[in-house]
Ligand binder design. Structure first.
Ligand SMILES: [Zn+2]
Length: 73
């Protein structure tokens, strides 16, 4: 996961920030499904995922990021 927020996503062409990677980017659909299963979030309930990810201090957020980072290694 890139830390820089200035670059655009290779896949989507939109701004490639954490929010994009975790919530929007189609590159991480599988990882996102893992996260949603783990937290019992309906796959169409983007609002629930977004609210989970909007609290960077929570354990939920950290483990979500861990899943994404792990998958890219
Ligand atoms: Zn993207």
């Amino acid at each position: 996961m890139k830390k820089a927020s200035s670059a655009n996503c290779d896949i989507c062409g939109t701004m490639d920030d954490v929010q994009h990677v975790l919530v929007e980017c189609s590159r991480y659909n599988l990882e996102r499904l893992d996260v949603m299963r783990r937290y019992k979030i309906n796959r169409f309930d983007v609002g629930a995922l977004t609210s989970l990810l909007s609290q960077p201090t929570t354990e939920g957020f950290r483990s979500v990021v861990e899943i994404f980072v792990h998958r890219q290694q």
